[in-house]
Design a protein. Sequence first.
Length: 430
Amino acid sequence: MADYALYTGERDAKEPAAADFLKKLNAHLRSHGVTAVAEKIVEAGDRFKHGSPADKWFNMIQSDPVKATERADWGAFCTAFKERFKGATPISKPAAQLEAELGRMRIEMGNLAKGSIQVGDREVYVLADFVERVHDAVADVDAGAKNVGMWDFYTALPAVLQEAIGGVVPASWSAMTTALSRVPQSKVEVAAAQYREQKGMAEQVDALQRKLASMSMAASRITPTAPRVGPNPAPPVASSGTPNAPNPPPLNPPAPATPAAPVAPANGKRAPLTKSQKDLLLVVLRECVRRTRPDTPVGRAGYAQDIALWHEKYRKVPRSSLQLEITGYPLSPGIAPPCSGECWRCGVATSPSHTKSPAGCAPRAELPALETTLRALAGTWLGRVDLRPPGAVAAVHVVEVVKLVPWYEGEDEASGETADVAEGFVNGLQ
């Protein structure tokens, strides 16, 4: 339970009005799932300062036989309370103060994934505690500031909360706190479980990337020794015996060694991936699939943000050095996953004839070039792979190799148009 000031009912200008006090109390009761009338009344009594007018009124309610209705019905209790302390003057919070407070009030999936926290002597859900703190911050706001800071607050919410409150910005802070307090905890727990799973996959990707980087650095330190050119050097010549006289030069000195030139791939074909590179690509693709946004207005807005963040993260990496099999790329919402036999131009799961010709793609349905490239490379190097989350299938099996990129397979039976398009997308990165 969050800290709160005890209510006195002394009509102090620093104290909230009776109606505002009940708003905060009701929000607290909803967030903690308190439904029994007796428990609600006890909670209200615990918030009255001992010996204050409010405390004396509460004790009178408990002992007066005439007030049996107020003791048995929460609505009657609230009505009697507001009637008794209706003269209290409510405080007013300026908009600038509210905006400053809300700017510091953020919640992320990492917080929600904790499940519950200890607040005082109670263990409460993280979301319930957050909603209560937001409600306390906005309860006494001026009428003209009923939606100050609303947009920034809404856009900073995790996607699961944005979707749960309808995918639109509420009209007022009262509507915002009410909508958040009604988010089912079960929905939050499912999203938190997915977040923890995705975080584990991301950590696995980072570990594999560091391993590959260290292997690459170790390989770069190995310099091949050039073969000796020319006849063997003459045996050592004895000293002339003359003091300070230089020894004669050796006969037939060896030619200087030249560094070995790097070996280029034959015919310009890309070398096949190693097992560790394929393992990394599988992990990267699964992570991309897990992070795919739902095909909803909120999901598509999140997808656009993911694209912007990806380009911001890798904007300093030259295209010639960019490796999508390591960096991954945000996948478009509402289409088939990679390695599912989909058309890698538009993402539609369809026939092989459609995959080999762009004529089958719907107008303006083509995917971003980088996503198309990632899908083409993944389908070529891995074939058909089930990228569903671990646990959904027992293992991953390659059941078919889809030859979408002939310059890798070393075969030319595919149409020249398809080969040109596939190679063009990859060369476009360079």
